[in-house]
Design a protein around this ligand. Sequence first.
Ligand SMILES: C[S@@+](CC[C@H](N)C(=O)[O-])C[C@H]1O[C@@H](n2cnc3c(N)ncnc32)[C@H](O)[C@@H]1O
Length: 358
Amino acid sequence: VGHWGRMLRALLSGLGWRGGIWGCTFSSQQPHLPPARMLSATELVSHWTVVFEKRGIPEARESSEYIVAHVLGAKTFQSLRPGLWTQPLTPWQLQYVQELSSYRLQRMPVQYILGEWDFQGLSLKMAPPVFIPRPETEELVEWVLEEVTQGPRVVGAQGGPFILEVGCGSGAISLSLLSRLPQSRVIAVDKGEAAICLAHENAQRLRLQDRIRIIPFDVTLDGSWAHLLPWGPVDLVVSNPPYVFHRDMEKLAPEILSYEDPLALDGGEEGMDIITHILALAPRLLKDSGSIFLEVDPRHPELVGSWLQSQPDLSLDLVAVRRDFCGRPRFLHIRRCGPQHGCPVDAWPGPQPARVPG
Ligand SMILES: C[S@@+](CC[C@H](N)C(=O)[O-])C[C@H]1O[C@@H](n2cnc3c(N)ncnc32)[C@H](O)[C@@H]1O
């Protein structure tokens, strides 16, 4: 298909021709058209970097490099054949760069503009309002992988493990774990319809659909855990839940506030609303000594530790806290320390229920 095909597809069906909140017509951006002599990739990147900087767009150079590289069929500007840096772009390519840049001027995240993004070496489709996976979540995945491959500290390491992800979004965590753990199987749940659809699409795209079940599911609904019982007990629960303190929501960047689903971010007053529901659900579904891995706010290790102490019936211990690449305590390993009381049998890989019961 090549970049022309991709370009046409995107122009005809993709990012901008629907109007509404994405609406930004080509003609409205005429003042930002580069002068006719600026035709090479390098010149275009410089032109759009200046335009973005003048308009206060964050990561101006990175944004323009990604856009120009995408139009030329590459993932990054640095990975373009050096010959392409100085080669004149065709009028179509120029127009496509113009079009995509106009979305960036409206603060659309570059991941949505390009329509795909890499996570743990996997290329995932991205579409608003489904949460864009963040680099720190790759550290959560690495930690899970370390614990699984290091052996008995995580149950089921040899035969799997069998994993439940709560709030799968685009499927980034589940799919990257599956791609690195060839014996593993995943139940991925999310409340958002758009997230469920995108996770399905990404699973197909990566040919991992046979080892993942993606289920619409709201962890806050009373008795919701019973809906997952037929899938059997799991070795691990993993989640990057909505954990932003409600009062911090308004401080988020316009890119986030205008394009990403607030339900993917807002964790309530202390960011704990969904976390506590996951922790209440997990003992019902985890095998004995099963583990929970969570990404959280730096204030949460203490809050979660205290909350768990106030809930001894859950039989969950906070066993480790890990810092992110900025040194902030952001990841929790919680282990089940009592007998399992929820799932009667391991139902997978038997026949899949025709629909989620309930
Ligand atoms: C921070 S995003 C994480 C998405 C993905 N796991 C990632 O790391 O890129 C949180 C996800 O939780 C989902 N979510 C929010 N509330 C939920 C609920 N009550 N039950 C299930 N999923 C929920 C959101 O739709 C969103 O996809």
